[in-house]
Design a protein around this ligand. Structure first.
Ligand SMILES: Cc1ncc(COP(=O)(O)O)c(C=O)c1O
Length: 506
């Protein structure tokens, strides 16, 4: 396995971005798609919306397509191939695939490349919906592992090694184990022992590391899944590094994963006209890691630390949620904030922060997750502190209602499920409408769900179609709905009712 090399600053070299630059320098006349012709079409918009025309026109200049000399993502041999090689070397992979459909595309590709219909795969249950969609597309037979909950914070952590081993022993034909690490809250485990265990069963470790594109790039950051030995790792470069939204990478190492199959699947699920601006932004994001090295993360980490110190020392209203278990590491660029005594829900706090011009990454009943990405913006943390003080002053428990149920109780309500599920056969076929009905949420215990229920963010399903509904899960869903959670997939977003499979008359 190669070590990540970014501690040694390198020369600036962005082959993909440079190729676009060189193409434009030739002042090409476009008789090809895209129709906006390097953004020139925006001139037509100028008289209506000069500002938008200007900004958008600039953005479109780099929006080129596959021409001779611009390479092809699906059969790269020129600038894209070179940019991918540089990314592999930087992130410590043997091969890297650029993704223009986010980690979503990477998760789909990983699963589809490893799992044929009916084949068994072991999956951490609290996974992003892209993984569940992948399992349905693959028609996989899925054994779910419950993530554990960190006792000091209540935050979800990966399933225990013992649970993974038990699942591997029970299902030795499993094609892969798929884990999500770090979580949306930035808590992570070292995956090295997981990789060793999974490999000792001659199977693959796949990791959704969407929130950890920066892991392993600096000594103060947790180690990366690649370094731990995972076979394939998906990272949202756009989340914590500087790529454009949808820019992500799929890294692989070793010979357990079939790279030809991966390349085929990627060509199937990604556009045949992948965005050059997104690909170039991946190239630039990688080059910035290399030339700026550790310095790239120092300011962001320092800003997050100083914000946390301010909370600890001077705020009676807020607290930082972080694990005190040395087995787990928190992302130093991410802060999980909660209110003391629950004077305000996480959703409410997020909404109020927005009123002061501070936009958080996400919220749940108890927490607001704040991302202090690498560039620390001058004054931003002070603005956040002023907003938090103003909110605490304006809020009173009677105004917003106290959360009476402690967070641990809320979370454990959603995890009263066996640590290892029976295999669940995923299918793309939807249940026929005539076989389903809506029942009141309070009457749904023991019924079989006919829809997925996905609180968003974080986009992690708490219920899958075909799954029996546990009574405690209903309490949890209802508490989330009352606290203002938004639900994707639910036919009744207010969660008064839920779609279930019709029971056969006996
Ligand atoms: C754990 C996890 N995996 C995958 C994704 C999908 O990432 P992307 O937005 O890059 O498609 C997300 C999105 O938030 C996520 O939280």
């Amino acid at each position: 396995m190669k070590e990540a090399v970014n501690t040694v600053p390198k020369e600036w070299h962005v082959p993909l971005a440079e190729m676009l630059q060189q193409h434009l320098a030739r002042e090409p006349e476009s008789f090809h798609v895209p129709g906006h012709k390097y953004g020139q079409a925006m001139a037509l918009l100028h008289k209506y919306e000069p500002d938008i025309a200007e900004r958008f026109g600039k953005l479109l200049e780099f929006d080129i397509t596959e021409l001779s000399g611009t390479d092809d993502l699906h059969a790269p041999s020129g600038a894209i191939a070179k940019a991918q090689q540089l990314a592999a070397a930087c992130f410590g992979a043997e091969h890297t695939y650029f993704l223009v459909g986010g980690s979503t595309a990477g998760n789909l590709a990983m699963v589809l490349a490893c799992c044929e219909p009916g084949e068994l795969i072991i999956v951490q249950r609290h996974a992003h919906k892209s993984i569940l969609n992948a399992l349905a597309l693959a028609a996989a037979n899925v054994v779910f592992l419950m993530p554990e909950s960190d006792p000091s914070t209540g935050l979800e952590i990966p399933p225990t090694l013992a649970a993974v081993e038990q699942a591997l022993r029970t299902y030795p034909t499993a094609k892969a184990v798929l884990l999500t690490n770090p979580s949306y809250y930035g808590i992570s485990a070292d995956l090295k022992p997981y990789a060793e265990l999974v490999h000792s069963y001659h199977t693959l470790l796949l990791v959704d590391e969407a929130h950890g594109a920066h892991y392993g790039l600096y000594e103060e950051l947790p180690t990366s899944a690649l370094k731990a030995g995972a076979d394939a790792v998906v990272q949202s470069t756009h989340k914590t590094l500087y790529a454009m939204t949808m820019g992500a990478m799929l890294h692989v190492q070793g010979d357990r994963i079939n790279r030809h199959k991966l390349q085929d699947v990627l060509a199937m699920i990604q556009s045949s006209s992948p965005s050059y601006p997104i690909m170039a932004s991946l190239d630039i994001a990688r080059a910035m890691v290399e030339v700026r090295g550790a310095e790239m993360f120092r300011d962001g980490i320092a800003a997050a630390r100083s914000f946390c110190s301010w909370i600890r020392e001077s705020s009676a209203y807020y607290a930082i949620v972080e694990s005190n278990d040395p087995q787990y590491r928190m992302d130093p660029l991410r802060v999980v904030l909660t209110t003391v005594n629950g004077f305000c829900t996480g959703y409410e706090l997020q909404r109020r922060l927005e009123g002061y011009g501070c936009w958080a990454e996400m919220a749940d009943e108890r927490h607001v997750v704040l991302l202090f990405a690498a560039p620390a913006v001058q004054g931003a943390a002070e603005k956040l502190q002023r907003a938090l003080l103003a909110i605490a002053k304006a809020c009173s428990a009677s105004e917003l209602g106290l959360i009476t149920k402690p967070i641990h109780a809320m979370q454990s309500a959603s995890v009263e499920l066996p640590r290892i599920s029976e295999p669940v056969l995923f299918t793309r076929a939807r249940m026929r409408a005539e076989d389903t009905e809506w029942v009141k949420l309070s009457d749904a215990a023991g019924r079989v769900a006919a829809e997925a229920i996905i609180p968003y963010p974080p986009g992690i399903p708490v219920l899958y179609p075909g799954e029996k509904i546990a009574p405690d899960l209903l309490l949890s869903i209802s508490a989330m709905a009352k606290a203002g959670a938004r639900f994707q997939g639910a036919s009744d977003p207010g969660m008064q009712t839920i779609k279930v499979r019709r029971e056969l008359a006996t």
